[in-house]
Design a protein around this ligand. Structure first.
Ligand code: TRP
Ligand code: SF4
Length: 326
């Protein structure tokens, strides 16, 4: 029997190479053998972006477009927008009643986000409940496995704590879920820090060739290679890891010309811009097409919400009965 899988992303900014290698590539593989639900978590986005939501509609549609352009196939997977399936909030409310505040206040991601997103006021009732909504996302579909990066593990542990407490209070209803840890290949942002929207150091899936060129030109290289005649250390250079990931067959050549000082960093950056552009060319074309005439994507999202609602209402019927709502 096919396993049911659910995962999601928050539409808080453009999707970039980190999302492609850190999540999407894995989702694309998973959809071949499993029943997959992929959700644009717009309610979760609103929990941090509520004060400045002007770009939320754009990011939401672009997120779905980027998924499809990268290879998430709407014929194989259910793609939907979280807020189109109101049952997420119903289940979230039921869970909220019995989740102790301490579980949420102690959650490491909560403390970290408060620190990292210090420009937003996140000492709110809603933001504290972030992982409870995430648990509802997962359990509404009775997903057995959830592909995520390591940073999300505390939320999956909390989901299992909720499973145990719900079952204890109301009878066996949910099963434990299993994280499917995605092994994330090393790909840093153009400034050498973790590729992240908040650092503005990413290469977006929709970036133009010109933007890619500019971003590659800014990339940090081996700090020990100052003059053209200095031999480089590819293993210590961010560009080399890009070559390794994006065009393995060029990587050996880069290693050679770098460590023997045959080619300079400026040229190496230009070459890399070409490699990145080529790599993203077909994704860029598909996403542009999807975003130009939004009919196709609207259709996918409508069908996705319908399919998701079906499963969601079955679970909610069971939950309502278990907790005494008539
Ligand atoms: N919190 C996740 C993140 O920031 C996004 C998300 C929301 C999610 N709901 C989910 C991931 C359910 C997996 C399952 O990446
Ligand atoms: Fe990095 Fe390329 Fe310069 Fe070597 S030549 S240090 S791989 S940018």
């Amino acid at each position: 029997m096919k396993k049911r899988i659910l995962s999601g992303m928050r539409p808080t900014g453009p999707l970039h190479l980190g999302h492609l290698f850190g999540a999407l590539d894995n989702w694309i593989k998973l959809q071949e053998e499993n029943e997959c639900f992929f959700m644009v978590a717009d309610w979760h986005a609103l929990m941090s972006e509520y004060g400045e939501p002007s770009k939320l509609p754009q990011y939401t549609i672009e997120c779905a477009a980027d998924w499809i352009a990268s290879g998430i196939d709407p014929k194989k997977s259910t793609i939907f927008i979280q807020s189109h399936v109101p049952q997420h909030l119903e289940l979230y409310m039921v869970f909220s009643n019995f989740v102790p505040l301490g579980w949420l206040e102690r959650c490491p991601t909560y403390k970290e986000q408060l620190r990292e997103l210090s420009s937003r006021h996140l000492h709110t009732y809603g933001f504290l409940g972030y992982p409870v909504l995430q648990a509802a996302d997962i359990l509404l579909y009775k997903a057995s496995a959830v592909p995520v990066g390591k940073d999300q593990l505390p939320h999956l542990e909390l989901t299992n704590d909720i499973v145990a407490k719900f079952n204890k209070l109301y009878g066996a209803t949910f099963k434990e879920i299993r994280p499917l840890l995605t092994k994330i290949p090393k790909l840093l942002g153009v400034d050498g820090r973790k590729m992240s929207k908040s650092y503005g150091n990413f290469i977006a899936l929709g970036d133009s060739e010109k933007t890619i060129k500019e971003k590659c030109a800014q990339m940090f290289t081996d700090p020990k290679r100052i003059k053209l005649s200095d031999k480089g250390h590819p293993d210590e250079c961010n560009l080399y890891s890009y070559y390794n990931l994006l065009k393995k067959k060029d990587a050996a050549g880069v290693y050679d010309y770098c460590s023997s000082a045959k080619v300079g960093c400026t040229e190496c950056k230009k070459n890399l811009a070409g490699v990145v552009s080529d790599y993203l060319a077909s994704i860029r074309k598909k996403r542009e097409k999807l975003l130009k005439d939004k009919g196709e994507i609207q259709n996918v999202l409508e069908k996705g919400a319908e399919k998701a609602s079906q499963v969601a209402s079955e679970t909610m019927a069971e939950v309502r009965k278990a907790v005494g709502l008539i």
